[in-house]
Design a binder for this molecule. Structure first.
Ligand code: NAD
Ligand SMILES: N[C@@H](CC=O)C(=O)O
Length: 449
């Protein structure tokens, strides 16, 4: 049975369903990679006029696109759930999160300011302007089929760039529906191009990284693929952003509010079934509150048992839910963890919460920083001096203090160490898609008599 017959009847607006690449404002079936090569040339041609549009014009287009996404939130959430598998409630949140990047960058587009710089050479005056970097190649993962692509397209268009985006092989339908809304929002043809791929992903990746027309690559995905793309981009020295994997520590100090810490651990661990890059991976609990925290963690199970008594069904942790299919696994808590175990070093990317006991602040910060990656880190404490000390000492790009949820279009998102570099969202996100040009005016002498 074709895929469309499962999905189209569930959509209020069936015209959002597309299975072909979006090139030059049209949905086209790929032929022998030619469509893909065309897309890069088309984005180059579209850049000539798009880079000259007024920032305010680009702001209006992005704002319109934001509104259309929100108007179609339910259909987009249905597509996400159907192709990615996350619960509908999570999918609805993702659509709002995805749209927020267009709203945010519609507001940033008219504010791409340069500087006026006091020169150190007499008679000179220096100003800077920020210009679009050019055609951008974007690659995104399956875990956020909408938000990861809008987090890149939003600032790219705000800056005046055009894009060729490779949709995730597992979840292309959401990005194609968003492309359909691009046309309706009045985004000019050729400015946004979305190619789909399953088997020839490495070839597409290589072309995006080596083709001299592409001036910037932004990648979100695993650290291993990020390293490969960085090597490939070196041949043309492209501007590069890498949003890679994490292994977030979550630290509970003995002065923390335990109820809040448990709630924070649950949201940060089990959001999207543990399949987000900022999900908690290692939970460090200080000795004095370890047992109490463990008991509190199981509260959610007692809540589930209560639901069970009232008609729901669930199993205990640590096992797959084979009767539902191979991709289902119980929310699981494991305790008495030690640093020689794989969870300590590797991103789990699943609904398993691992509890480690620690004694001192220094010990836990050292343990937390042992990871080769450094995306997000969380801790709970009520001691303001400790909060500053630990926030400054954690080797991560983002810290959540007394919260397990840090994702926000307004806040800079990105990592350090092997979690990559570059920032998305926030006022900094647009810098990834601009270059700074300095313009020096000479011969500005004293006032003439
Ligand atoms: N830092 C962030 O903002 C962020 C956000 C979401 C996910 N992630 C990370 O992404 C990972 C999960 O996603 P995944 O398993 O899809 O990652 P992945 O690296 O396997 O795939 C990500 C994207 O890269 C493409 N890809 C794979 N091999 C490629 C190649 N040789 N050349 C070019 N493209 C290639 C895939 O098709 C997909 O579109 C996790 O590690 C997660 O932490 C990071
Ligand atoms: N969950 C992240 C993306 C990584 O998976 C986010 O909140 O932006």
């Amino acid at each position: 049975m074709p895929l469309s017959s499962h999905i189209v009847p569930k959509l209020k607006d069936p015209s959002l369903f597309h299975e072909a690449a979006f090139i030059n404002g049209q949905f086209v079936k790929a032929k022998d990679g030619k469509t893909f090569d065309d897309s890069i040339n088309i984005a180059r041609d579209a850049l000539k006029s798009f880079r000259k549009t007024l920032p305010r014009e680009r702001a209006r287009m992005l704002r319109k696109w934001y509104e259309l996404i929100m108007e179609n939130q339910e259909d987009l959430a249905t597509l996400i759930t159907r192709e990615n598998g996350k619960p509908l409630a999570d999918a609805r949140s993702e659509v709002a999160y995805a749209a927020a990047f267009f709203e945010w960058f519609s507001e940033e587009a008219p504010r791409i300011y340069g500087d006026s710089i006091p020169a150190s050479v007499r008679g000179n005056r220096v100003v800077t302007v920020k210009q679009p970097v050019g055609v951008c190649g974007l690659i995104t993962p399956w875990n956020f089929p909408a938000a990861m692509i809008t987090r890149k397209i939003g600032p790219a268009l705000a800056a005046g760039c055009t894009v060729v985006a490779k949709a995730p092989g597992e979840t292309p339908l959401t990005s194609l529906a968003i492309a359909e809304l691009a046309s309706r929002a009045g985004i000019p043809k050729g400015v946004v191009n979305i190619v789909t791929a399953l088997k020839n992903t490495p070839e597409i990746g290589r072309e995006l990284c080596t083709n001299p027309i592409i001036k910037k690559v932004s990648f979100t995905g695993s650290t291993s693929v990020g390293k490969l793309l960085m090597q490939q981009c070196s041949s043309t020295l492209k501007k590069l952003s890498l949003e890679l994997g994490g292994n977030a520590p979550f630290i509970v100090f003995d002065d923390a509010d335990l109820d809040k810490a448990v709630a924070g651990a649950i949201i940060s661990k089990f959001r999207s079934s543990g399949q987000t890059c900022v999900c908690t991976n290692r939970i460090y609990v200080q000795d004095a509150v370890y047992s109490e925290f463990q008991r509190e963690s199981f509260k959610f199970q007692t809540h589930v048992e209560d639901a069970l008594k009232k008609g729901a069904t669930v199993l205990t942790g640590g096992k797959g839910l084979g009767h539902l299919g191979p991709n289902f696994y119980e929310p699981t808590v494991i305790t008495n963890m030690t640093s020689d175990m794989r969870i300590h070093r590797e991103e789990t990317f699943g609904p398993v919460a691992a509890l480690f006991r620690f004694k001192s602040e220094k010990e836990v910060v050292n343990l937390a920083n042992e990871a080769e990656v450094g995306l997000a880190g969380y801790f709970f404490s009520s001691d303001i001096a400790r909060i500053w000390r630990v926030a400054e000492a954690l080797e991560v790009g983002m810290v959540g203090v007394n919260t397990g949820l840090i994702s926000d279009a307004a806040s800079p998102f990105g990592g350090v160490k092997e979690s990559g570099f570059g920032r998305e969202g926030s006022k900094y996100g647009i810098d990834e898609y601009t270059i700074i040009k300095s313009i020096t005016f000479g011969g500005v002498d004293d006032l003439q008599e």
